[in-house]
Design a protein around this ligand. Structure first.
Ligand SMILES: CC(C)(COP(=O)(O)OP(=O)(O)OC[C@H]1O[C@@H](n2cnc3c(N)ncnc32)[C@H](O)[C@@H]1OP(=O)(O)O)[C@@H](O)C(=O)NCCC(=O)NCCS
Length: 168
């Protein structure tokens, strides 16, 4: 089955179907995502298959963000102003039934492509993720994110992401 992302629509999408193995992420989608959307503090995109476009099998959320250069290692922050526009990849989760066969990578690539396109209109220098644990941080490091020492925060330059996206 082919999967794609769509903007969350609580009237159309069955958010109860998601079981990512991380209950707090599933509950956030069910209980918080619509409110965050209404208050414009996060935009959520759900991952659906071509055969059942109402059944949510993953999601991610995006929000505008600001990084303070002094919180970054100098190797990452050099060349940036003291306050740096960024995009926060606030949450990302995939249904446990789909994990372990490259679909997490596809979901992340979808989110990063959406970010790269958005930054053609509103500038941002970095993508920021706050990983929920060491395991998740290792997942992001696998895709070129650099960990801020002594934290679960990771960053990657949008320009490096753009270079990886075919046709962008
Ligand atoms: C994190 C998550 C999205 C990964 O999805 P997945 O389908 O298991 O990952 P994939 O099968 O696409 O793996 C893609 C690549 O990442 C690697 N990878 C996956 N999980 C990894 C981990 N924890 N550490 C290091 N590498 C990892 C895989 O080996 C694979 O590498 P390859 O392309 O070289 O073969 C998924 O496990 C998930 O939703 N977990 C629960 C929620 C969560 O932890 N979210 C993280 C954000 S806070």
């Amino acid at each position: 089955m082919v999967f794609h992302s769509e903007a969350l629509d609580m009237e159309r999408h069955d958010v109860d179907s998601l079981d990512s193995g991380s209950p707090e992420l599933d509950i956030w989608l069910r209980e918080q995502a619509a409110g965050a959307e209404a208050r414009r503090v996060a935009r959520t995109f759900v991952w659906v298959g071509s055969q059942r476009v109402d059944q949510v099998l993953g999601y991610y959320s995006l929000a505008g963000h600001r990084l303070v250069r002094s919180t970054l290692p100098s190797s990452v922050g050099h060349g940036s102003p003291s306050e740096i526009p960024a995009i926060l990849l606030a949450r990302l989760a995939l249904d446990a039934r789909l994990q372990g066969r490259g679909m997490g990578a596809a979901l992340l690539a979808d989110a990063l492509t959406r970010i790269a396109i958005a930054t053609r209109t509103v500038a941002a220098r970095f993508v920021v993720v706050d990983a929920r644990d060491d395991r998740a941080a290792t997942f992001y490091e696998h895709f070129g994110f650099r960990r801020i020492p002594d934290s679960l925060r990771l960053v990657q330059k949008v320009s490096d992401i753009e270079a990886l996206i075919p046709g962008e």
